[in-house]
Design a protein around this ligand. Structure first.
Ligand code: MG
Length: 182
């Protein structure tokens, strides 16, 4: 039972930073669409715009004609809409990850199938679990900042550390996306 659950929460890949998840790497893994988590993946918590390196990464995806969609659990839908408009990205409101329904709607919105899609996010219990349930390739990235929602900081993150340790103990070492700059 525990083992089965741990399998479901195990990311397919881990990336040290978004810049490592290049369009070429994605294409080489059969991926042509990326569902994007917002907070602490693209923008720091409570911020309205991504740091320059994230902007560059988004521009590289767009230039490679990679389809993208913002999928956030935020309870501030107007902020999500404003960020999506500023970045000229489609978004799926009311995602409620890990529930897969919102992620499936996001895939439909951009016209892609799970097998050719990835989800990139910074949290195990929302992004990775939801992405795995939905059948997309899951990529866990390092959070942009340590500032986050109090429930995330004091409940989700300590629980994540326990799960990551349990995964490591079992030797289920997921591959790390290679870094172009070493
Ligand atoms: Mg996040």
């Amino acid at each position: 039972m525990l083992e089965r659950w741990l399998r479901q929460i195990c990311p397919d890949w881990v990336a040290r930073r978004l810049a490592d998840v290049t369009p070429d790497w994605l294409r080489a893994h059969g991926i042509r669409a990326v569902l994007l988590d917002l907070d602490n993946t693209l923008v720091a918590w409570h911020e309205m715009s991504p740091p320059p390196e994230v902007r560059e990464w988004l521009a590289a995806l767009a230039a490679a004609r990679m389809r993208t969609c913002l999928t956030s659990n935020t309870h501030r839908p107007q902020r999500l809409a404003a960020i999506a408009a500023a970045l000229e990205l489609p978004f799926e409101p009311g995602c409620a990850k890990p529930h897969p329904a919102g992620l499936r709607r996001a895939l439909q919105r951009i016209g892609t199938a799970p097998a050719e899609s990835a989800l990139v996010g910074d949290q195990l219990f929302t992004d990775v679990l939801g992405g795995n349930w939905c059948g997309v390739t899951t990529v866990l990235v390092t959070p942009l900042s340590h500032r986050e929602f109090v429930g995330t900081r004091w409940i989700s993150r300590p629980a994540e550390r326990l799960v990551l340790r349990a995964l490591a103990r079992r030797g289920w070492l997921w591959p790390v996306v290679p870094s172009e700059n070493g």
